[in-house]
Design a protein around this ligand. Structure first.
Ligand SMILES: [Zn+2]
Ligand SMILES: [Zn+2]
Length: 228
């Protein structure tokens, strides 16, 4: 008999909780607030579902806070669990891309299904076989490697005439399959050289030179693209 009856339940979050933890990791990393409305929007579930899950997560000590309107934050346990699922997700993306040759457009969605099943032993083997990557294939930093991505600027903040190399598509951009396909089809992927040709503030768009192509992009998706 354990002296800590909560412990077994605590040791491994459910799939749903892991999905929440991953989103919370991204929000906290980006200095955003974790509020129920934002979670509902990102995870595409109803506010009632979010409220229920947050209550359970608070009971199980993954998060703490003053309630759904006030915002919550990850506890130390919650943060460790969140870092772990983010790491597993990113490692699986590399495994799918490099080893299993899954097309780039599919790796994020496929990784979402597999990330929950990875044991600490498999995680260790993946780190080894993939040579301890610092970024996911989309350029998002592994937990603990955030500093390496700090200098990269959102494309939406660049003026006409600026140029650079695309380094990263933010996690919330990975989630948007239509955006991902558009960027991919137009060569806007990590490593691509980009020049800002024109910025139309009234229209909320920018025109880019990407290789041989001219591409028009709205400010909203351009906030998910980071350039060095
Ligand atoms: Zn992903
Ligand atoms: Zn990724």
């Amino acid at each position: 008999m354990s002296h800590f009856p909560e412990q077994t339940e605590q040791s491994r979050p459910t799939h749903t909780v892991e999905d929440y933890l991953m989103t919370m990791h991204v929000l906290e990393r980006d200095h955003g607030e974790i509020v129920a409305a934002r979670l509902a929007e990102i995870l595409q579930v109803t506010p009632a579902t979010v409220a229920m899950t947050l209550k359970r997560m608070q009971r199980d000590n993954w998060i703490a806070g003053r309630g759904r309107q006030e915002g919550v934050h990850l506890t130390a346990t919650g943060r460790a669990a969140a870092d772990s699922v983010v790491r597993r997700h990113m490692l699986i993306e590399w495994l799918l891309l490099k080893v299993l040759k899954v097309p780039f457009l599919q790796i994020h969605a496929e990784a979402h299904n597999l990330e929950h099943a990875i044991s600490p032993l498999l995680e260790e083997r993946l780190v080894d076989i993939l040579h301890n990557p610092k970024f996911c294939p989309h350029g998002n930093p592994f937990p603990g490697c955030e500093a390496a991505a700090q200098q990269w600027k959102p494309l939406a903040e660049l003026p006409a005439g600026a140029q650079g190399v695309m380094r990263r598509l933010h996690e919330f951009g990975e989630e948007d399959q239509a955006l991902l396909k558009f960027l991919h089809d137009n060569g806007l992927m990590p490593g691509a050289g980009i020049k800002v040709l024109e910025v139309l503030t009234f229209n909320q768009t920018m025109t880019l030179q990407v290789g041989e192509k001219q591409v028009m992009l709205g400010f909203a998706p351009a906030r998910y693209v980071y350039v060095e």
